[in-house]
Design a protein around this ligand. Structure first.
Ligand SMILES: Cc1cc2nc3c(=O)[nH]c(=O)nc-3n(C[C@H](O)[C@H](O)[C@H](O)COP(=O)(O)OP(=O)(O)OC[C@H]3O[C@@H](n4cnc5c(N)ncnc54)[C@H](O)[C@@H]3O)c2cc1C
Length: 224
């Protein structure tokens, strides 16, 4: 598994399927690759569509093997997908329910909406390395800088996280110079390795009131 694996595990609380569900839906996993005590609930759907019963067998018959540890670093093969859903309540588990609500009453938590971060502010430390020490952002028509005592977590998504690094002087020197940005760290990898997540699907009407969708991820469902 990749170097992000410990962080995924830290965030997750995997909820095991029951024995019956497991056999019928072919819900296979390697528990050692999953987190058990984090705030984000992950689980298999409690009910699988009828067509799903044929998914593994059909693909197995075509020579595609079932991957019994699909969350463990390889998603090659046939598998039944998990979701970030609380298995008990059957509701979505996400940043709001997992992180915000349990901490909403804390006096040291402030959530500012309608704020646009423009730059991570860096200072050089005594040994000449750049260290992030603040964030410059606009809010209510004015610019502000907030300084931090410990760390900044940059989580602006796969496109805007590298963009913010570039705006802050970390990125490919030639791109930054062309944009008039002072270069702090020349790193040509910033923003360069985004890969599209390709998906193909095939749909066929196979009887009057049911449509079977088969895609190259383990997704099959009935739509009446
Ligand atoms: C169409 C679509 C379908 C998807 N379907 C699935 C799916 O079914 N299952 C799945 O697991 N994943 C899915 N994904 C991927 C999933 O949405 C992302 O992996 C996930 O949202 C990334 O979370 P994040 O917190 O890193 O970033 P994001 O959810 O992108 O959050 C980044 C936040 O930062 C904010 N931001 C950006 N720049 C700034 C700035 N300068 N100042 C202030 N705020 C800023 C943005 O407004 C945004 O709110 C899908 C993605 C897309 C686009």
């Amino acid at each position: 598994m990749g170097s992000e694996s410990p962080y995924f595990k830290k965030s997750e609380a995997f909820q095991h399927p029951t024995g019956d569900d497991q056999e019928e839906g072919k819900l296979y996993y390697d528990a050692s690759t999953l987190g058990m005590t984090g705030p984000l609930r992950i689980s298999y759907a409690r009910e699988q569509a009828e067509t799903h019963r044929y998914w593994h067998d059909t693909l197995n018959a075509l020579g595609v093997e079932t991957n019994a540890a699909h969350i463990g670093g390889s998603n090659v093969g046939v598998w039944t997908n998990m979701g970030t859903v609380d298995r008990k309540s059957q509701t979505r588990s996400y940043s709001h329910s997992a992180y915000y609500l349990p901490n909403a009453q804390r006096g040291n938590l402030v959530i500012l909406t309608d704020a646009l971060v423009q730059e991570i502010v860096f200072n050089k430390n005594e040994i000449g390395e750049w260290t992030a020490h603040g964030v410059r952002f606009s809010h209510g028509g004015a610019d502000h800088v907030v300084n931090v005592a410990r760390e900044i977590i940059l989580a602006a998504g796969s496109i805007q996280s590298p963009q913010l690094l570039e705006l802050s002087g970390i990125g490919n020197m030639s791109i930054l110079k062309a944009a008039g940005i002072d270069v702090k760290v020349d790193n040509p990898n910033v923003g360069e390795h985004l890969q599209d997540h390709l998906r193909k699907s095939v749909q066929a009407d196979f009887w009057s009131y049911v449509v079977l969708t088969i895609s190259n991820s383990a997704c099959s469902y009935l739509r009446s």
